[in-house]
Write a protein that binds this ligand. Structure first.
Ligand SMILES: [Zn+2]
Length: 96
């Protein structure tokens, strides 16, 4: 079964943290308090966008034509995501 990876709390919507890591090979478990990597804090839609952007060699023009939307729309989506990432970086920075 393929579980959807949760990035925010279903109860209060705060960003989740990693508290346990486990090796399936030898059953070693590590407990701690690790923030999720920024990429994983993005919404699944944003992660998909970045993946597609990468696979299209970073061409927004190519993205627009593949997704069947206008170039300015893709440009806006990217700008929104850049803002989101900057916000996440700031939050992560403050938690250190
Ligand atoms: Zn192991």
């Amino acid at each position: 079964m393929n579980f959807k990876f949760p990035s925010s709390c279903p109860s209060c919507e705060e960003t989740l943290q990693v508290s346990q890591l486990k090796c399936n090979h030898c059953e070693t478990t590590i407990n701690g308090n690790y923030p999720l990597p920024i990429f994983l804090q993005l919404t699944p839609k944003e992660q998909e966008f970045i993946l597609q952007f990468f696979l299209m060699s970073g061409s927004l023009k190519e993205m627009a034509s593949q997704l069947g939307i206008s170039y300015p729309t893709v440009r806006n989506q990217l700008d929104d995501m850049i803002e989101h990432v900057k916000q996440l970086q700031k939050t992560t920075e403050n938690e250190k």
